[in-house]
Design a protein around this ligand. Structure first.
Ligand SMILES: Nc1ncnc2c1ncn2[C@@H]1O[C@H](COP(=O)(O)OP(=O)(O)OP(=O)(O)O)[C@@H](O)[C@H]1O
Ligand SMILES: [Mg+2]
Length: 415
């Protein structure tokens, strides 16, 4: 085998030209003016320089053309080969498509089997009577995310729906786990319906013909659908489509309009789903007025996600329990989300005034009143100030200032 170093440094036609030069150290193809008359007849002059002439031979010219058109020819060849391959495959397309589908199905089934074993899922049981009964159900994606990030355990929850309990009105704090719970029920039903094991300890399902969901706030401006219009359009489709064998998820329906409009629509939609569609319905809401609904609708029940208060903070327990919740804890959640303390104080003061007003039916609340003065510094305010610091964006000087500010906050006498 020839080593790379053995390959001549110049091409044959050029080598001859060098030899024709005086001393062989001229550029390839270049001959000094003095020697130009000695070049062979078949050399063609290509360029005249100050002290030299450059020549080309027919052989070199042919090689140049070949090199310059190589890419084009390579592409043409590739295209030809590809078309040729397609032609050869053409008669086998039906078998190949069937084969592709079979491999895809096998892949999906193998993945579901692997997940079921690894994640400890169970085989659902299918029965003829209407029911959705899930013991210790989990949301597989939230569970996996929690394990990856905080390592916190996922709180499994039971679901019991049947002919006498077709609707759950679900209340509880923001961040409590309402949406997660509803989606986990839908995912379990979906997984069971496609023939998979499900993330639960036990699961029994009656016939389910469809899963309808109305979740989240989105719009479709390009198709003349504002946020609320889209919400109502989707809800209308559900009302028209859901049957006694459907599972319906309504996540905070009616929140895209004024409170009274929203509440009125939410209760009318709940009534329709309960009385006419009779679908299995999970109905999450922040309208506490709707916790009255089960009192007058025998197949509806109140459930809530539990939370515990500790001082100004709130701890989410994520367990679904019977009965209505009493509050939303929206202001606490906004505080946890990093809202400035003065904004949180203003919101809390307004909330208290609104609550007092609704209790007593008194005069109107000034929604835009200035935030009340900051109370004496508490330990948690030092923590808040600490949380607001982003060390990666501070200069050394700013970091030192921040440290002094924190020390000062901490040493401010408490009442
Ligand atoms: N069962 C659970 N176990 C552990 N963590 C949970 C559970 N349910 C929810 N969470 C955590 O709480 C977060 C918020 O849950 P979710 O969005 O369901 O709350 P929500 O009650 O719907 O709140 P909102 O009223 O603001 O819509 C989830 O992203 C998840 O991290
Ligand atoms: Mg939610």
């Amino acid at each position: 085998m020839r080593h790379v170093d053995d390959v001549p440094a110049v091409r044959p036609g050029v080598a001859r030209l060098c030899a024709a030069g005086d001393g062989g150290d001229a550029n390839p193809g270049e001959v000094t003016q003095g020697q130009a008359s000695k070049v062979p007849d078949d050399y063609r002059r290509r360029q005249t320089l100050k002290n030299a002439e450059r020549f080309i031979t027919p052989e070199l010219k042919a090689f140049e053309d070949k090199a310059l058109s190589a890419q084009e020819r390579a592409l043409a060849r590739e295209k030809w080969l590809y078309e040729h391959l397609l032609n050869e495959l053409q008669p086998h397309v039906p078998q190949l498509t069937r084969f592709g589908r079979a491999i895809a199905a096998l892949d999906a089934l193998a993945a579901l089997a692997e997940r079921s074993l690894t994640l400890n899922w169970c085989a659902p049981e299918f029965v003829a009577h209407p029911c959705i009964e899930i013991r210790a159900g989990r949301h597989p994606v939230v569970e996996a995310r929690l394990a990856e990030t905080s390592g916190a355990p996922f709180i499994a929850n039971d679901t019991l729906l049947g002919p006498k309990a077709r609707m759950q009105v679900i209340t509880g704090p923001n961040m409590g786990g309402k949406s997660t719970y509803m989606r986990q029920v839908a995912l379990i039903v979906l997984l069971a319906s496609i023939g998979s094991y499900v993330p639960a300890q036990a699961c029994r399902l009656g016939p389910i013909d469809a899963i309808h969901t109305r979740i989240g706030a989105a719009d479709d401006l390009a198709n003349a659908q504002s946020t609320f219009m889209l919400e109502m359009t989707e809800a209308a489709q559900i009302i028209h489509g859901a049957t006694e064998q459907s599972l319906v998820l309504m996540d905070e329906i009616g929140r895209g309009t004024s409170t009274f409009d929203g509440l009125a629509l939410a209760s009318a939609i709940a009534t329709q789903l309960h009385d006419r569609n009779k679908a299995f319905t999970l109905f999450a809401t922040h309208y506490f007025e709707l916790t009255e609904f089960p009192r007058r609708h025998e197949r509806a029940q109140n459930w809530h996600v539990s939370a515990a208060e500790s001082g100004e903070d709130i701890v989410f327990l994520h367990a679904i329990e019977p009965g209505p919740a009493s509050r939303s804890y929206g202001v606490q959640v906004a505080r946890l989300a990093g809202m400035p303390p003065s904004l949180v104080r203003q919101a809390r003061a307004t909330l208290e005034a609104l609550e007092a007003q609704s209790r007593s039916g008194e005069s109107q609340v000034d929604l835009f009143a200035a935030a009340p003065a900051a109370p004496a510094v508490t330990c948690s305010e030092v923590e808040e100030a600490l949380a607001a610091i982003d060390p990666d964006t501070l200069t050394p000087r700013e970091a030192l200032d921040a440290l002094y500010r924190l020390k000062k906050l901490q040493s401010t006498p408490k009442p």
